[in-house]
Design a protein around this ligand. Structure first.
Ligand code: Z5A
Length: 219
């Protein structure tokens, strides 16, 4: 999402995005494991979540018993993001750590703008306030059709949360927003292969951009 890069001493901030079941958590865990084996300090966060307040916001956000308007949904995500960035992400980046986020602000663009239809200018401005202008060094979008992701989640026996219970048209708009996301800081990666194939392709792409962190020989 648009924003100005903040002037903090910087580790590396990577976010992994995509529809439900795209394999984000799987790939983030693999990257973290391999980086740690190579001796790097890695922080993994998932959004919404990652602080006591943000986990509380997540619980409300995903609760199927609650009916939330689009703006309420947006502000729950942003209250979680503001707390996470301030208390966890920025301090880690200031220490020089690599931060891997399982979803971040491209999800807001996809779900709250693409899916719910909230207006871009206001959402971008509110997001900037929440992040203090922090922008990922790279946003990785794992591209799979929504049906593939949903089939993976069903195979894993995942119980549907409030967002996953939204109708098919909503999920198509979300998928379209992810597919259409473009920019110099956005990398699309086909994610319908095996976890090993996706990890190898992702590591190779990261090594091309950030060779110091993602050495081809690491791990
Ligand atoms: N949300 C929002 O609306 N706005 C925002 O700004 C933010 C979030 C930040 C959070 O859900 C919800 O919040 C999400 C968007 C909304 N809601 N929806 N809908 P989440 O991030 O906690 O969960 P998720 O992303 O929806 O689902 P997930 O299951 O965690 O998906 P994933 O991380 O992409 O997949 P995974 O956990 O790695 O894998 C899912 C299963 O597939 C699992 O059994 C794996 O073993 C299997 N898998 C993984 N990779 C493969 C491959 N390559 N082949 C076959 N099987 C695989």
């Amino acid at each position: 999402m648009n924003g100005e890069r903040s002037a903090v001493p910087h580790g590396l901030f990577l976010t992994v995005e995509g529809v439900e079941g795209a394999g984000k958590t799987t790939q983030v865990a693999r990257l973290a494991e391999r980086l740690r084996r190579a001796g790097r300090e890695v922080l993994v966060v998932r959004e919404p979540g990652g602080t006591p307040l943000a986990e509380e916001a997540r619980r409300l956000f995903l609760d199927p018993a609650l009916e939330l308007g689009a703006a309420t949904e947006l502000f729950l995500v942003l209250v979680a993001r503001a707390d996470l960035v301030q208390k966890v992400v920025r301090p880690a980046l200031e220490r020089g750590a690599t931060v891997l986020a399982d979803r971040f602000d491209l999800s807001t663009r996809a779900y709250q703008m693409g899916g719910r239809g909230l207006p871009e200018a206001e959402v971008v401005a509110a997001n900037r306030l929440a992040t203090g202008g922090l922008v990922p060094d790279l946003v990785v979008v794992l591209d799979v059709p929504p049906e593939v992701g949903q089939a993976r989640q069903a195979a894993a026996g995942k119980i549907k949360d409030r967002m996953e219970l939204a109708d098919g048209a909503f999920h198509q708009r979300v998928a379209e927003a992810f597919r259409g996301a473009r920019g110099p800081g956005i990398l699309h990666l086909p994610a319908d292969g095996t976890p090993d194939q996706i990890h190898d392709a992702l590591w190779a792409e990261l090594a091309r951009r950030f060779v110091e962190t993602f050495s081809p020989h690491a791990g």
